[in-house]
Design a protein around this ligand. Structure first.
Ligand code: NDP
Ligand code: 2IT
Length: 449
């Protein structure tokens, strides 16, 4: 054991030495590698073949300039990136994020997580992440279109249906995917539909892709609770975010009879003791592209609170962080536990800090880690690629049923490996081990590449 613990430590030291500023990437890697020590022990060939050193080095990183002009004719220069982390399991696959905080550190951590998340889906996709420090807030459709066209004018040469297939993430939804796809099609003079996923249904998108991450999160959480004979009916849920993931997690939770009392955006959160009126949230965020505080005007019983972390002080049975990384620190975790939280399901990528996760586990809170719980989005993206290959569109029910099966299977595999190698309820270790072994074994089969 000591030998493999040292191997993990040496790998982390290597990252620290090579890229000392990439703190989030190193933290993410440490969280994964520390949980896979038992399988490193069982498979000395992983160390002999330097699997860890290979896994933490992206296969390729592309960084480029994105010039564009706003509606007033003012020129802006943003940065564009694509981190192609690992293609052992299939073509690179993962979202694009447009947010001012985007940098190489964040994209490397997201790309690293994506490799193992995608492996968990059981579908043939490798892992990547990309994006830009462009801020879509307050931009006109015309400005977003010009930015997307400029971004794709460089990105197109690095992607393709058999190479790398981007999709949405924070700040990239159906509108952006449309503009990106239009420019790719124009440059390449080919209707390569499967080069991007999250397309609108009338141009080769998949039914149920918009819903997939949020619905998938609830399917996973339901599997986890069913195992303990706990029902979601009449439970109180606290959700953060009001974007793609949060919206459809709320929709499915309400269908299950749960009462969701909060949601939020980057300015603050709303608390509605009667349960969130989801149609109103969709109207504000999807149609008007407004701020969540607008909700209280037509809902006098609801409260609006500035700031994001306060949402975790609201008493609940289940907490679903669905906004962004680092939302739940140790203080928020303590507040949730003090208020009697039973389960936490991560819709966002890495929303809980390492200390927060440890605290949940010590306090026997059922914990559904992001790479397992939010894998439904990329899973349906892979199903969109399948539909594009056969030039057919499946029904909503067909896609949704496959999604349910995929999420149940991820839960089963994570649980089985938790029972085999760790604490039986440690789905963090269970999910990491399931995915790691799959990726590592395929890398070995491909030889030293
Ligand atoms: P959206 O852009 O649709 O929504 C993001 C939401 O989170 C918005 O309400 C936004 O508020 C809020 N938010 C963004 N950044 C911050 C921040 N720094 N602090 C507080 N709130 C913030 O993104 P998604 O719903 O697609 O993504 C949410 C999370 O889920 C991300 O972690 C993403 O990586 C992850 N994810 C997404 C998948 C997908 O299929 N879309 C799949 C799997 C994971 P505002 O309106 O103010 O911007
Ligand atoms: O984090 C994620 O899994 C996503 N943003 C979805 C990626 C995808 O390719 O659908």
């Amino acid at each position: 054991m000591a030998d493999m613990k040292q191997y993990v430590q040496d790998t982390l030291d290597l990252i620290g030495k090579r890229d000392p500023e990439q703190k989030q990437f190193k933290t993410t890697v440490s969280k994964v590698l520390e949980t896979v020590v038992p399988v490193l022990e069982k498979h000395p060939e992983y160390k002999e073949q330097k699997i860890l050193e290979r896994m933490v080095e992206p296969e390729r990183v592309v960084s480029f300039r994105v010039p564009w002009q706003d509606d007033k004719g003012v020129t802006h220069i943003n940065r564009g990136f694509r981190v192609q982390m690992n293609s052992a399991v299939g073509p690179y696959k993962g979202g694009l994020r447009f947010h001012p905080s985007v940098n190489l550190d964040i994209l490397k951590f997201l790309a690293f997580e994506q490799v193992y998340k995608n492996a968990l889906t059981g579908l043939p996709i490798g892992g990547a992440k990309g994006g830009s420090d462009f801020d879509p807030h307050g931009k006109s459709d015309n400005e977003v279109m010009h930015f997307c066209q400029s971004f794709m004018t460089e990105l197109y040469r690095h992607i393709g249906p058999h190479v790398d297939v981007p999709a949405g993430d924070i700040g990239v939804g159906g509108r952006e995917i449309g503009y990106l796809f239009g420019q790719y099609k124009r440059i390449c003079n080919a209707y390569d539909a499967a080069v991007l996923t999250g397309k609108r249904v009338d141009y080769w998108g998949s039914l149920a892709r918009p819903e997939a991450t949020g619905y998938g999160l609830m399917y996973f959480v339901k599997n986890m609770l069913d195992d303990k004979n706990i029902s979601l009916k009449d439970k109180t849920l606290v959700v953060s975010g009001a974007g793609n993931v949060a919206t459809y997690a709320i929709e499915k939770a309400q269908e299950y009879g749960a009462k969701v009392v909060t949601c939020s955006d980057s300015d603050g959160y709303i608390y509605d003791p009667n349960g969130i009126d989801l149609d109103a949230v969709k109207e504000i965020k999807q149609v008007r592209r407004g701020r969540i505080k607008e909700y209280v005007a037509a809902h006098p019983q609801a409260e609006y609170h500035e700031g994001c972390t306060g949402v975790w002080t609201v008493k609940c049975d289940v907490a679903l962080p669905c906004a962004t990384q680092g939302e739940i620190d140790i203080e928020s975790a303590k507040a949730l536990v003090a208020n009697g939280v039973i389960a936490v399901g991560e819709g966002a990528n890495m929303p809980s800090s390492l200390e927060a996760i440890e605290y949940f586990q010590q306090n026997k809170v059922l914990f559904a880690p992001a790479k397992a719980a939010n894998a439904g989005g990329v899973a349906v993206s892979a199903l969109e690629m399948s539909q594009n290959s056969e030039r057919l569109q499946w029904t909503f029910a067909e896609v949704d049923n496959k999604l349910k099966d995929i999420m149940a299977n991820i839960y089963r595999c994570a649980k089985a490996n938790a029972e085999k190698y760790a604490d039986p309820d440690d789905l963090v270790a269970g999910a990491n081990i399931t995915a790691f072994v799959k990726v590592a074994d395929i890398m070995l089969a491909h030889g030293l590449v």
